[in-house]
Design a protein around this ligand. Structure first.
Ligand code: ATP
Length: 236
């Protein structure tokens, strides 16, 4: 489970995340929606332990920058960062060794490679991969550790339709396995069928939090709510 309490992140005089608090339960898919510059990536990068911030972020009760937390969460960044001179397979093997995964990782790796159509790319170097292939590899690396919490920052960008379909199935599988899933996007359509709770961000704040049930009970449409909450917004 992920707990974000009073997260505040400033870049000089810009407050990119302004006292943000929310939780993602085990087996829950939470979507961070917001226009460009709303603060989604800043929030995700803070949770991933990549930024200095004020507030508390706990993953299964451990501070997000602790080794205990790092062992159990996966992160797919907005832009895949691959090693130029490692092959696809070596990337996954590197993660498996770094995380000291048990032998089962090889079987999981084969399944992931197959699901993302990377079978004939396993011996290609990072620098030889297209953007979409890099993104697929980045997803495989995040999932190989069997994470208990996983974050995806704009995961659909650059993926082909088959990979998008696989990824949506994977979101559901992760949820069913009790994983806490946080997805950041500004493409509402891409996550319409999968989310349990939506957090709409605007100008560094969470301006609306709704469960799917709450939205349905109010007879609201996600797209309408999104535009209502973010109307007239400009990037900070
Ligand atoms: P997008 O949908 O365009 O990716 P976002 O919601 O992820 O946007 P962030 O990248 O978190 O938004 O940016 C939030 C604010 O913080 C923006 O005003 C942005 O200009 C600013 N910002 C982000 N990174 C930095 C940085 N490294 N230095 C200074 N300002 C930054």
């Amino acid at each position: 489970m992920l707990q974000v309490k009073g997260l505040t992140k400033k870049y000089n005089n810009i407050v990119a995340a302004d006292n943000i608090s929310f939780e993602v339960e085990n087996g829950e898919i939470v979507v961070l929606l917001g226009p460009n510059g709303a603060g989604k990536s800043t929030t995700i990068k803070s949770i991933a332990g990549l930024l200095r911030f004020d507030g508390d972020i706990l993953i299964d009760g451990h501070p997000c920058k602790s080794v205990e937390a790092k062992k159990i969460f996966g992160y797919v960044p907005e832009t895949a960062a691959v090693y130029e001179y490692l092959t696809v397979y070596e990337h996954i093997e590197f993660i498996a060794r770094a995380y000291r995964l048990d032998a089962g990782w090889k079987e999981r790796a084969e399944k992931l490679i197959c699901r993302f159509d990377l079978q004939d790319k396993v011996n290609k170097l990072g620098k030889e991969l297209s953007k979409g292939m890099q993104q697929k590899l980045s997803i495989c690396c995040a999932l190989i550790i069997n994470p208990r919490m996983v974050m995806f920052d704009e995961p659909m960008v650059g993926l082909d339709p088959k990979a998008i379909k696989e990824l949506k199935n994977i979101f559901i599988e992760l949820k069913n396995a009790g994983c806490a899933v946080l997805i950041s996007t500004h493409i509402i359509d891409s996550i319409e069928e999968v989310w349990d709770k939506v957090l709409i961000m605007n100008r560094g704040k969470v301006v609306l939090a709704r469960t799917r049930q709450e939205l349905e009970e109010k007879g609201e449409k996600l797209e309408e709510v999104f535009f209502r909450c973010t109307e007239g917004s400009q990037a900070l």
